[in-house]
Design a protein around this ligand. Structure first.
Ligand code: PLP
Ligand code: ZN
Length: 389
């Protein structure tokens, strides 16, 4: 059964329902199970997923490292763990959700899949569509950068540049997809969200966090991570939930604006602008769903500036990790929550265990990265040059 996250109306799993008639996202019930043994998260936590997962559809997503950040931990006064999602097959966490989404499309008998994205999700769906041998449609906005298009073409996806309101494409694709036999695995598809849960399971295998910090755009990732922890609690595998922290860029923060302003619903964020393009959705389809979770679980919502984001990106580089700007927002948010707190009581306490999700690789967004200082040297002078600082 699929259930609305707002009005609780129920929908049969036999049909390709993705959203409630009330407009809000649907989700599967909370799974309760016991973990087993296995090399992959999909095997160890098989009882928590809605179907048997097929290895032949996998590209090796998940089971990413949780790296303890030495310098940043010391500097920020917390025990900081970095969930390195840049190591997924298409270099972002989107692969976990796409993997589940493909199963759903095949379960319903679809021969074609699609997505609406300009970045990481497009690459992910194109790759998994190729792997499964499905015809794959990617709807991109008309101002997409050439570089991003190239990666998609290589996977053999059919790319359609759409003129018009980008937010509208999301809803229209779901409607037209059903008519045309294309299963659109969009940002907050209920099964995509199921895939994202796997991150929570992996985290809990290594550490019981006090805080989990999540860069948020559509809200699919946040919903998945929270659902994972709720299932762990229901199953008696953890006693307490961590405090969940949504991070958005100041230049596009519809969820934080609504949450911190005490609003029931999000509003479209006008003139969005941020360096963190992967989290630049001005009207997130799971925005209200995220608001409900934040309120129900006493979470926090933090915004960070482009300057703070770029600084955090450099700091992660000093830990040996190259992430894209959207993925560095978590570190900027933790610094903010350590220094000031954003609300009374919102301060992260010293020595807390904090997990920050590094959502995607920096190699995908090279254009803004500074070249740094480089010394030119003649071969004859190499000895002296190596002494340079
Ligand atoms: C998609 C994405 C996010 C945000 O995920 P949502 O599910 O849209 O909230 C964050 N960082 C990166 C790198 C992403 O690709
Ligand atoms: Zn509803």
């Amino acid at each position: 059964m699929l259930k609305c996250t707002s009005c609780e109306r129920e929908y049969s799993l036999r049909n390709a329902y993705q959203r409630c008639e009330c407009g809000e996202p649907l989700e599967l019930e909370l799974f309760k199970s016991v973990p087993g043994i296995g090399r992959r998260v999909w095997e160890r936590f098989s009882g928590f997923f809605p179907f048997e997962l097929r290895p032949e559809l996998s590209l090796g997503e998940g089971d990413t490292p949780l790296t303890k950040a030495k310098k940043l931990s010391r500097e920020l006064g917390v025990k900081l763990y970095l969930k390195n999602e840049t190591l997924n097959p298409t270099w972002s966490f989107k692969d976990r959700g796409t993997y589940l989404g493909i199963h759903r499309a095949l379960q319903l008998g679809f021969k074609k899949i699609g997505t609406v994205s300009t970045g990481n999700m497009a690459a992910s769906v194109a790759a998994y569509g190729a792997r499964a041998g499905l015809e794959t449609y990617v709807l991109v906005s008309s101002d997409i950068a050439e570089e991003k298009l190239k990666a998609l073409a290589l996977y053999g996806a059919r790319i359609i540049k759409v003129q018009g309101d980008y937010g509208e494409i999301y809803y229209k694709s779901l409607k037209i997809g059903r008519e045309k036999g294309i299963y659109f695995i969009n940002s907050d598809d209920p099964f995509r969200v199921e895939g994202y849960k796997s991150m929570s399971f992996e985290i809990i295998e290594e550490v019981t966090p006090d805080y989990v910090v999540v860069p948020t755009s559509s809200g699919g990732l946040f919903r998945g991570i929270v659902k994972g922890f709720l299932e762990l609690k229901e199953s008696g595998l953890i006693e307490e939930l961590p405090c969940f922290v949504v991070v958005q860029a100041e230049g596009c923060s519809p969820i934080c604006k609504a949450f911190n302003g005490g609003k029931e619903k999000i509003e479209r964020f006008e003139n969005p602008h941020t360096i963190a393009h992967a989290i630049e959705n001005p009207y997130p389809p799971s925005g209200n769903g995220v608001l409900r979770l934040l309120r129900g679980l006493k979470g926090l919502c933090v915004t960070v500036s482009d300057e703070e984001i770029l600084e955090a990106q450099r700091e992660l580089g000093r830990e040996g990790l190259f992430v894209q700007p959207a993925s560095a927002t978590g570190i900027a948010a933790i610094r903010k929550l350590r220094e000031k707190g954003i609300i009374e009581d919102g301060k992260i306490k010293e020595n807390s265990r904090v997990v920050s999700i590094l959502t995607g690789s920096g190699l995908k967004t090279l254009s803004h990265v500074e070249r740094g200082r480089i010394k030119e040297c003649w071969l004859e002078e190499l000895e002296e040059c190596l002494g340079y600082r």
